[in-house]
Design a protein around this ligand. Sequence first.
Ligand SMILES: [Ca+2]
Length: 187
Amino acid sequence: MGGCFAKPGIKPAERAAAMEKYKLSEEEIRKIEEFFYDRASKRKYVTYSGFRTLYASSRFDQEEADMQAVFRTIARPPQLDGRIDFDSFVRLILLCNRGKEVEGASEEDRMRVLFDVMDSDGSESISKPEFQRFLLNFVDDDTATSQMFDKLDSDQSEEIDFQEFSSFCKSNRKVYRKMCLYVFPSG
Ligand SMILES: [Ca+2]
């Protein structure tokens, strides 16, 4: 319970900027704002622990390292010291909004986040161990994930780049959907 302490206020200019950038209506942005108020500190950012509460009703038991990777991917770069500000929070919520096609939260953006989370050493490519470690969160079969990787890795470079990864997502909707449910909090 937040009691009666002052809530962080989003300035009208900030709200207008987010509406413009993400093509949202006043009503939509106010809803996201309320959601943000519930988790943000008085300094108007969401820390890792606030972010983690978004997964409270997840059907998965997320690996902490994966959640830290999602947070780092969404949070503003080092100058904000790994915090999710209002703009990044709006992006996160739109990324989670799987049912509705919202401009500004394209499938490409979603795939980009998934790719960066899987690429745990930040090499801009996904190795077989990275691929299998992540996929084993929802595919209960080492051989299946190994075969998936080999099929994807047509030039046998032992690495998957973003192009290969996005075609994988497009042709394996079931796995893609599970990856989204795992990485983007629902609810
Ligand atoms: Ca990598």
